[in-house]
Ligand binder design. Structure first.
Ligand SMILES: Nc1nc2c(ncn2[C@@H]2O[C@H](COP(=O)(O)OP(=O)(O)OP(=O)(O)O)[C@@H](O)[C@H]2O)c(=O)[nH]1
Ligand SMILES: [Mg+2]
Ligand SMILES: [Zn+2]
Length: 298
């Protein structure tokens, strides 16, 4: 069994449905609850008892939120179990919640076209650790390149998949059964294509990448939650250029680099940066440069 297969096994054991029970949510929001599936400027789309409708909101909501409704307006949001947030590109001092109450972050990258960029994966891993969400790395477009050595440095469950050949899709579907998962990554890596493949039907619009550069065309413009027949909920998000993490702590960054523990640095609260005797600094390691880049944002 390979290292990745072993991690899958361990991971599978951990994936459990911990979605709040309907009754518990109703108690917390003081009335029947609805699930937010899409959000636009002043209104949001909610799903309740199998039907969807659009209502107004004043308190900011995100896909995945459980809310109560009064007078066709969001009245209260149930406490969020987890959140995935990023810095608002229009205002660096503000964090925006991309999705709420998610169990799994599907970090989607392409094996090629657009090229694999490990730096963004690290940023998502920090966001996942901070938000209490389990990360899974999906290397899509495996039909174009059958091996991505740079992806092996991440100590997270990794699925090599292709929406063209179907490789890895069943495995991914099993991994997120009964979970709420969010698809995130650069434009053009195939997030919406993966959603359609996992749902076994066309749900979201997809768009071609630029033939020369492999750049995506920002086809998906707003996040939306989709309910699958296996009990999974998937939130498809727009592709992003930058994933701003806002104010970070050393502990939050280090939580995304668990492999550093094996080097057993002997200093307490070490940033693993300046001390010449630091074992992590000494070892270097494939993700060390990326770690230093994140440290420079502290
Ligand atoms: N070769 C190959 N192409 C794929 C695969 N998955 C998706 N694509 C293609 O990649 C392009 C982009 O796919 P999308 O699903 O729209 O990508 P996205 O990540 O949702 O992009 P944004 O919505 O812009 O963020 C489309 O032309 C897809 O047909 C795959 O597994 N292999
Ligand atoms: Mg899309
Ligand atoms: Zn150290």
């Amino acid at each position: 069994m390979s290292k990745h297969e072993q991690m899958h096994e361990e991971h599978l054991g951990k994936v459990r449905k911990d979605r709040p029970q309907k009754k518990a949510v109703e108690k917390r929001v003081g009335g029947p609850s609805a699930l937010v599936i899409g959000v636009s400027v002043k209104s949001c789309t909610v799903s309740q008892n199998g039907t969807t409708r659009t209502i107004r909101y004043e308190i900011p909501v995100a896909p995945g939120d459980e809310v109560s409704i009064r007078h066709e307006k969001v009245f209260e949001i149930a406490p969020r179990r987890t959140t995935l947030s990023r810095t608002d590109p229009a205002n660096v001092n503000r964090q925006r919640v991309i999705a709420a109450n998610i169990d799994v972050l599907l970090i989607v990258a392409a094996a090629a076209n657009p090229p694999f960029r490990p730096g963004l994966v690290d940023r998502y891993l920090v966001a996942a650790a901070r938000g209490g969400i389990r990360p899974i790395l999906c290397i899509n477009k495996a039909d174009l390149v059958d091996d991505v050595p740079e992806a092996r440095v991440f100590e997270v469950p990794t699925v090599l998949c292709s929406t063209v050949t179907g490789k890895g899709i069943d495995e991914l579907r099993d991994l997120i059964a009964d979970c709420t998962a969010v698809l995130a990554g650069h434009s053009g890596v195939g997030k919406s294509s993966l959603l359609n493949a996992l749902a076994s039907e066309e749900r979201a619009v997809t768009g071609k990448v630029n033939d020369e550069t492999g750049a995506g065309r920002h086809t998906t413009t707003t996040s939306r939650l989709y309910e699958l027949s296996n009990g999974a909920r998937i939130i498809d998000t727009p592709g992003i250029r930058e994933f701003g993490l806002g104010h970070l702590t050393l502990a939050e960054i280090q939580a995304a680099f668990p492999e550093f523990n094996q080097y057993a640095c002997r200093f307490r609260d070490c940033a693993h940066r300046d001390d010449p005797d630091c074992a992590v600094r000494e070892a270097g390691g494939p993700r060390y440069a990326s770690y230093l880049r994140l440290l420079s944002e502290l």
